[in-house]
Design a binder for this molecule. Structure first.
Ligand SMILES: Nc1ncnc2c1ncn2[C@@H]1O[C@H](COP(=O)(O)OP(=O)(O)OP(=O)(O)O)[C@@H](O)[C@H]1O
Length: 240
């Protein structure tokens, strides 16, 4: 077990945001949290990371757990000069060889001398991912990492994430609205709407009545058809 959240409850003046949410992340898990806007996904990640203390409930970390957290938004002061190179090592003691490995893996060597506030959304996400990886985390936590990217940027980012997952064999916990794009790599999906509505393997969850009632039948069908096992080879340019 890497993180165990038990009966996490968060109340704000606006109402009950997390209601008795329990969730466990194990080694090598690839877990994606889905849910409508305002469902409490970011709040749950913050509780699990430990930057927010829930009103009640408990979060337990494996002793010595290292987390690489990639938040939803990075606020960079455009007046303050901050190069990518500097951003990557800010307050971190990293071995040069390891940093170079990560820079290559996330395909950002050409960005090192650029200013953070001049990067495109896709470039920022790769740099943020590199920064999260620089701590050599046991668990990578990403909050809607592809939200500002166009469809090809999303595909590219999730492909990179899948490569990192396979290369490093570390756990990933992610909030994403792009379940159709991460179905193939995600091992488990948790559908959150203030409480855990349903959870399970992505193929199974898309048939769950609670999931369908939240996301609609069309989306569920779209996701359900996306992953399919290949029991045949492709010839003649057939690319399905
Ligand atoms: N500090 C706060 N005080 C009061 N309410 C808050 C606070 N932070 C978040 N909320 C509210 O809690 C609810 C859940 O917010 P959260 O950001 O966790 O949702 P989310 O599921 O991540 O949404 P999205 O998909 O839009 O990012 C929202 O209604 C939000 O307005």
């Amino acid at each position: 077990m890497l993180i165990e959240g038990q009966n996490i409850t968060v109340k704000k003046e606006t109402g009950l945001i997390l209601d008795n949410v329990s969730l466990q992340i194990d080694e090598k898990d690839f877990l994606t949290i889905v849910g409508p806007n305002g469902a409490g996904k970011t709040m749950l990640l913050k509780c699990l990371v430990g930057v927010l203390t829930p009103g009640s409930g408990r979060v337990t970390h494996k002793p010595g757990l290292t987390i690489g957290y990639m938040p939803q938004n990075l606020l960079i002061d455009p007046v303050l000069p901050l190069s990518v190179r500097r951003f990557l090592s800010l307050n971190l003691a990293i071995e040069a060889d390891f940093l170079t490995e990560i820079i290559d893996e996330t395909n950002i060597p050409h960005l090192l001398d650029r200013q953070m506030h001049n990067l495109s959304s896709g470039e920022i996400q790769r740099v943020m991912l590199a920064r999260a990886l620089a701590r050599d985390p046991d668990l990578l936590i990403l909050d809607e990492p592809a939200q500002n990217l166009d469809i090809s940027g999303q595909l590219e980012f999730y492909k990179l994430l899948e490569k990192i997952y396979h290369n490093r064999q570390k756990a990933i916990l992610m909030v994403s609205h792009d379940l159709h794009l991460v179905m193939a790599s995600t091992k488990k999906v948790v559908c959150l709407y203030h409480h855990v509505c349903c959870s399970g393997a992505p193929q199974a969850i898309t048939r769950d009545p609670e999931f369908i009632s939240i996301f609609g039948d069309d989306l569920s069908k779209m996701m359900a058809v996306y992953p399919h096992e290949h029991d045949h080879d492709h010839f003649n340019g057939d690319s399905h």
